[in-house]
Ligand binder design. Structure first.
Ligand code: SF4
Ligand code: SF4
Length: 584
């Protein structure tokens, strides 16, 4: 059975474990062989050919620095490995001309590595110590679609255009106005069309350094699409976008696929991934240790297998539990528990933006979702509830104790996660620390955390504070699908267990659908005027919101997950005729 041994060098602390504990306990070493030895960097390295997979060292290492994984026979040869005892990637997704191929999987299991190999930006080593040649890759994939792909890549017949994951880094390397930047990459001469479709006309003269995350994302998508290529790769194209923009962007990306053009997308918003892709590859494995790419699947089947944790046609179980959506009828009513807080008709002016909020109230022991386009005042409303901003006209009851997780969480703090989360560690280890996967982060300084790690820490911190009302602004940003579902469950369970109220702003419709009892809906002209109404029952709120978007949503029979109906399909027409745009 093939076996991989991965040593996390950051975690390995030979002094902290009393002096190479793993070497002292390894039965192979005790018999006189060099299975675990001291590496040149004074950390340890493991000889996979000598290791018997007994499991002693990963259990005894006090820092969780070692992973020993027994893999199925089919995974004997990695496509790439990052050095000896480093991350291993097995198999690759296959681009298909004329199709959008999706990749669905956790963070940290090699999606970006796989994309870079396909884009020709990273030459893989097939598990050895040297880069391999295209001929090696062609031989490795003989008889598969990937063979033809690498033959074309070798002969320069594949030109790749790549939209990176971290669009917030773009202003560090690109300067000037949006129009300047896009003109430079406009190889197809379609700049006017693309700017119109992606709603960029209004910001064409803005400096790249001054535009918002959502605008930067659309500029990056436009820049990728304007290049003359036959493989377009989009790494997380919906971060920072609202639902309307996500749907628009997914339609745009779909339109790029042509008989001689392939598109690959990595995406964590399941509703959008589902609507955008023709087929998907699942990726599974262990964060930072190894990742495996499945064979391609029809999108519906692939997503259902992913949620199930079991790839049926490959007979591979990669998770011991199913990610479930609780099937429930859409709430027909608004809640009737006692009132927690209320507000009169409220008005707030911010520069040229006017927000009006119709009078409303929040009830105790309830979960509220907020939906609306970017720039219609959702965050301003939440800040008024959190008493960070006062209303200009009207009143908001200020007597409730509030805990607030802001939308943007950036920090240069050197403080350790464990210090920030001291209270959560003492009181909510089971409810927050474990499910949100924070244990491994405790000894890291806050400024070293990735976007997804920081998000989970901020959620745990907000939910660990004593409060009557928890305000969470975009908690799903930077989280992968599993983390989103876990996070929605944690929020719901914390609110239920403590009898408190939560109010969540988010753009992932599945996430909001999963955790909300009632909805507040924001409408209006982005950046000009916003109007908040509600709370509504889920059915009424979703109907109001989906009407604005012109889409309908149904529930998948097998998993109960929401799915967007194809525009003008039978179900779409039927649901619109019945006025039931939200699943029935
Ligand atoms: Fe010690 Fe763990 Fe490093 Fe081995 S891997 S030397 S047990 S810290
Ligand atoms: Fe040694 Fe391998 Fe056992 Fe670790 S798992 S103690 S390296 S034989």
């Amino acid at each position: 059975m093939p076996r991989i041994a991965v040593v996390n060098k950051e975690k390995c602390n030979p002094q902290g474990c009393g002096g190479y504990l793993c070497i002292r306990v390894c039965p192979v070493n005790r018999e006189g062989q060099d299975c675990i030895v001291i590496d040149t960097d004074k950390k340890v390295k493991i000889d996979e050919t000598l290791c018997t997979g007994c499991g002693i060292c990963p259990n005894r290492c006090p820092f969780g620095a070692i992973d020993i994984i027994n893999l199925p026979e089919a995974l004997a040869h990695p496509i790439h490995r990052y050095g000896r005892n480093g991350f291993h990637l097995y198999k690759l997704p296959t681009p298909v001309f004329g199709q959008v191929v999706g990749i669905l999987g956790r963070n940290g299991i090699g999606k970006s590595t796989a994309l870079k190999i396909l884009a020709g930006q990273l030459k893989p080593n097939l598990g050895g110590d040297k880069e391999c040649s295209y001929d090696d890759l062609i031989k490795q994939f003989k008889g598969t679609e990937a063979q033809h792909y690498f033959e074309k890549l070798k002969t320069g017949k594949i030109k790749v255009s790549y939209k990176p994951q971290q669009v917030d880094l773009i202003p560090k390397s690109a300067h000037g106005t949006v129009l300047d930047l896009l003109k430079k990459v406009d190889e197809k001469g379609t700049i006017q069309d693309v700017m119109r479709v992606l709603d960029l006309d209004q910001i064409k003269n803005s400096d790249i350094a001054s535009i918002s995350g959502g605008e930067l994302q659309r500029v990056a998508i436009a820049a990728c699409a304007l290049k003359k290529s036959n493989l377009y790769v989009f790494d997380e194209p919906t971060s920072y976008l609202d639902i309307k923009q996500r749907i628009n962007v997914s339609t745009f990306i779909k339109s790029l696929a042509a008989p001689d053009v392939a598109v690959i997308v990595v995406e964590h918003d399941l509703l959008i991934l589902d609507a955008m892709c023709d087929t998907i590859h699942l990726m599974y494995g262990k964060e930072g240790t190894y990742g495996v790419v499945s064979l391609p699947k029809a999108t519906r089947v692939g997503i259902n297998d992913y949620l199930d944790g079991h790839i049926r046609d490959e007979n591979m179980r990669f998770r011991d539990h199913t990610l479930t959506f609780i099937a429930r009828e859409p709430q027909q009513k608004i809640l009737k528990t006692p009132v927690l807080t209320e507000w009169t008709d409220v008005c707030k002016q911010l520069d040229h933006f006017t927000l009006t909020i119709a009078s409303g109230r929040l009830h105790k022991q309830a979960a509220y979702g907020i939906l609306g386009e970017n720039g219609t005042g959702k965050t301003t409303f939440v800040k008024m509830l959190a008493r960070i901003l006062p209303p200009d006209v009207g009143e908001i009851d200020a007597s409730v104790k509030v805990s607030y997780k802001p939308q943007y969480i950036q920090t240069d703090s050197e403080e350790l996660v464990a210090t920030l989360l001291q209270h959560a560690l003492q009181h909510y280890e089971v409810q927050l620390i474990r499910p949100l996967g924070i244990k491994d982060l405790l000894l890291k300084p806050l400024h070293t955390l990735s976007g997804g790690e920081l998000q989970r820490v901020a959620i745990a911190h907000a939910l660990s504070q004593p409060a009557d009302l928890y305000l969470l602004d975009e908690p799903s940003a930077f989280l992968d699908v599993e983390q989103r579902i876990t996070c929605a469950k944690v929020i719901k369970e914390v609110a239920a267990a403590r009898g408190t109220t939560v109010l969540v702003v988010d753009h992932d419709l599945m996430f909001i659908d999963y955790l909300s009892d009632n909805l507040i809906v924001f409408t209006g002209q982005p950046a000009t005027d916003g109007k908040a109404t509600g709370p509504f029952s889920m059915e009424e709120g979703m109907n109001t919101f989906l009407k604005e978007l012109g889409i309908t949503v149904r529930r998948e029979k097998e998993t109960q997950r929401p799915r967007i109906n194809k525009l003008d399909s039978r179900l779409d027409r039927e649901q619109k005729a019945q006025g039931k745009l939200y699943y029935t």
